[in-house]
Design a protein around this ligand. Structure first.
Ligand code: FES
Length: 506
């Protein structure tokens, strides 16, 4: 690195050295700043406030930001260059990363292992004592690839013209493992990674082109193994690094790990595991057979295409309820709201349905175009439509898997909701809007089941469960379109499913 300049991130207290004249996307992404349009300078979603130092507005700043924002020092993070020392306010991006407290499996093996959940947005790694299964340490981080797009498809597109994403994630994880080992890296014998299909391909350096178009079928879905030398990681030469196999199309090893963590394959009861995201992943089954599928849900669950949408970070309306007279909003960090995150969106629409402000068709009552939540955050007609598309895709996917299975919704004993979003969504609201068409008491937050499953896979070379898993490609299913349209409307308040909804807090 040549000459450097000091970049301070407030209120994190983090001070970084950036190469003079360089752009800041990569280093800011590692500290949570989002770049929704991949740095194209068009969305305005990456705006940060310059608290000290000089950052002249660029052409894109002048086009995207208001005069008031420019005067208050806001700039597009994707356009800031490190010409001189800067202090940037990034508190709006602080976001908790979901981890998992469960121990790994005890074994006769000695030495340390690392389990990693490589998510599109967040990374979580745990150091495990193989003999006892004890968790010795945890490191979390935001995926530095976020600088090149928030969702998997924008990462795929970026990767087609640039190999940088593989280097970025490998070096970020190398650093996390070094921090985690804290001088004991020589004792690490195995690293197990899980993630969705795109994360698998990008980490492994595989061609992601087949994932960019229909039928989204890659020939490289299997487990990938590496030596530390191949990755340039500072671990013993005999250590093995394994990225567990994907289950098909867009169903990754995070779902395989989730199946192991929730024991979906144990017992005769029919259960489901659902990861709600841009790409919704669903597994349904029992000890005899497990069907899995993925369905493109759009970005509504991550509030991506929502007018005032934002990540579940400080300032996001994350909880909305209607008490029969007034709306109540909960804001992360108890600060002035700046936007609404996915769980808040689902709550808001559920509350709107309860109030009669939103009709089962999804239209706002009385010709309204906007529903006020808490100033200045509002819900727009187009936001409701986005949510209808997302929830229609998930509900239709589950219905099709049930048909392939030969069972009815009533036959599902429980639905495990994987990942951060599944952890925060309120069962009553998910049920009220018809996202999940089973009674709320059957919905179970599974936490970070991907990380738990990765821990359980340490030292396991063979997964018999793979023999009972079948991938169902929804994109080519002739029933999907009709079911999807059917599932887009909301249940009215008198339908059985909604009437059965009981939130544990209620
Ligand atoms: S304006 Fe979209 S990422 Fe910067």
């Amino acid at each position: 690195m040549g000459a450097t300049v000091r970049i301070e991130l407030d209120p994190l207290g983090i001070v970084l050295d950036a190469e003079q004249g360089s752009t800041l996307e990569s280093i800011l992404a590692m500290h949570g700043v989002e770049f929704p349009c991949g740095g194209a300078g068009t969305c305005g979603g990456c705006r940060v406030q310059v608290l000290a130092g000089a950052a002249e507005p660029q052409e894109a700043d002048l086009l995207v930001l208001t005069d008031a924002e420019l005067a208050a020092g806001y700039r597009l993070a994707c356009r800031i260059r490190a010409d001189s020392p800067l202090k940037l306010k990034v508190d709006q991006w602080s976001m908790p990363v979901l981890s998992d407290d469960a121990a790994g499996a005890a074994s006769l093996r000695h030495g340390l292992a690392v389990a990693i959940d490589l998510g599109t947005t967040t990374l979580a790694a745990q150091l495990i004592d193989q003999k006892t299964g004890a968790v010795l340490g945890l490191r979390t981080a935001l995926n530095p690839q976020s600088a090149h797009g928030a969702d998997v498809m924008s990462r795929v597109r970026f990767s087609l013209s640039n190999g940088e994403l593989t280097t970025l994630i490998r070096s970020c994880l190398a650093q996390m493992i070094a921090d985690l080992a804290d001088g004991r890296a020589a004792e690490i014998v195995e690293v197990v990674l899980v993630g969705n299909t795109v994360m698998h391909h990008l980490f492994c350096g595989l061609d992601a082109e087949p994932l960019a178009h229909v039928p989204f079928r890659s020939p490289n879905l299997g487990e990938q193994r590496f030596s530390p030398q191949q990755l340039g990681w500072n671990l013993p030469a005999s250590a093995v690094i394994r990225f567990l196999p994907c289950l098909g199309g867009f169903v990754g090893s995070d779902i395989l790990a989730g199946i192991l963590a929730t024991s979906l394959h144990a017992g005769h009861q029919l259960r489901a595991l659902i990861d709600l995201g841009t790409n919704g992943e669903i597994a349904l089954g029992n000890c005899d057979r497990i069907l899995c599928a993925s369905t493109a849900a759009g970005t509504a669950f991550e509030a991506g295409a929502i007018r005032m949408g934002m990540r579940a970070a400080v300032g996001a309306v994350s909880h909305v309820s209607w008490d029969g007279v007034r709306l109540h909003c909960g804001v992360i960090g108890d600060v002035e709201p700046r936007g609404i995150c996915g769980s808040g969106l689902i709550d808001a629409v559920a509350a709107g349905l309860d109030m009669g402000a939103i009709l089962p068709s999804g239209r706002m009552a009385n010709g309204d175009k906007v529903m006020s939540l808490q100033h200045p955050v509002e819900l727009y007609q187009a936001d409701i439509r986005e949510l209808q598309l997302a929830k229609g895709a998930i509900a239709a996917g589950l219905r099709i898997l049930l048909e392939h299975w030969g069972a009815e919704l009533d036959g599902i004993e429980s639905v495990h909701l994987a990942g951060a979003f599944g952890n925060y969504v309120r069962p009553r609201s998910a049920c009220r809007i018809g996202l999940l068409e089973v009674p709320a008491e059957r919905l179970i937050a599974a936490g970070n089941s991907a990380l738990r499953g990765a821990k359980l896979s340490i030292g396991v070379d063979h997964f018999p469960v793979l023999g009972i898993i079948e991938h169902v490609p929804l994109a080519s299913d002739p029933e999907f379109e009709d079911k999807f349209v059917d599932c887009m409307s909301f249940p009215d308040g008198h339908e059985t499913v909604a009437a059965n909804c009981v939130h544990p807090d209620d």
